[in-house]
Design a protein around this ligand. Sequence first.
Ligand code: PLP
Length: 383
Amino acid sequence: MLDPAAASLDDLATPAAILDRTRLDRNLARLAARMTDLGVTLRPHMKTAKSIDVARRAFPNGPGPITVSTLAEADYFAGHGSRDMTYAVGIAPHTASRAMSLRKAGVDIKVLLDTVEQAAFLAEAGRAVGVTPAAFIEIDCDGHRGGLRVDDPALLDVAAALTDGGVLLAGVLTHAGESYALHTPEALVSAAENERAVAVKAAERLRAAGHQCPVVSVGSTPTAHCAAGLDGVTEVRAGVYMFFDLVMHGVGVCSTDDIALSVLSTVIGAKPEKRWIMIDAGWMALSRDRGTSSQRVDQGYGLVCDLEGRIYPDLIVAYASQEHGTLAIRSGSSEPLPDLPVGSKVRILPNHACATASQHERYHVVAGQSAVIEAQWPRIRGW
Ligand SMILES: Cc1ncc(COP(=O)(O)O)c(C=O)c1O
């Protein structure tokens, strides 16, 4: 909710999403430098931030190449000047038509597919508005989600259906989603190498069959941060690297000091006999994501910090209902419960930044340990 009166976290109505600009900028710079060193283009995925203000910090000199996860994002970023984007979710008939209308309006939007049927209706959607569509073929590099295996005979059938239908084959795209389940440097380096090698092999198969395959697109935050080399890859997509979260901390690609997003919450009660403290952030403010439950350290619904972002040792949001969170010391820990009377404010580091950010309409922007709210950045929702 817009809270024009709040100049500082002390006055801000809770729950509210807080974005630490210092950490955001550091996270953006870290991956950008890595991609420059590895000689590939970074095409940030805006699915996490969904905010033009965040995109502008990634591209201070004007809009850069982006990835989007919804056509609402595509429309929004196009409205703010983005002209080069990949819609990285498989295309359906209705989204094909919408994407082609955007293309007609001058936006170079590339779409994603892995079947001959999708190639056919995409070609038709292009013809209906008088544009040449551009599409990536989705490659499955690790059995995580959709896409064609690199040796699937259908790969060449889909490519032929695209070119025969007058669709531009933009290239191949893969996403190493299985990397989220890893936590050792060796396993992460190996997942990144597998993602690279599979994508490059798919591109080589297409080229050997006479197709153009200009772009080889890979990416997830863990693999982007752990790839030892990216030979043959032309671009990397990553999104959650901007904010990071407890799942990424569990994977091992960030420290808790890198997590730029938190939820400001107020203490609303306590149950001393149970060693519980109640706050006004339940799953509506934090999301229901329990991504750390399958990791070595289960962070409940989030890790609790003070107003300046210092972690209370082993204090987690152990339970969440719609508008209540229950703070408790992690089981097995002998840390004391901090003294947090009703009215005290805390900040919760989220399990999954994409899910938590999506519960909020705007970010309240602070810099480092300062409680001063220097800006409010709106974000978009919907599809
Ligand atoms: C197709 C695709 N590319 C890239 C990403 C970005 O990955 P991450 O959120 O790990 O940065 C995602 C995330 O879901 C994705 O689905």
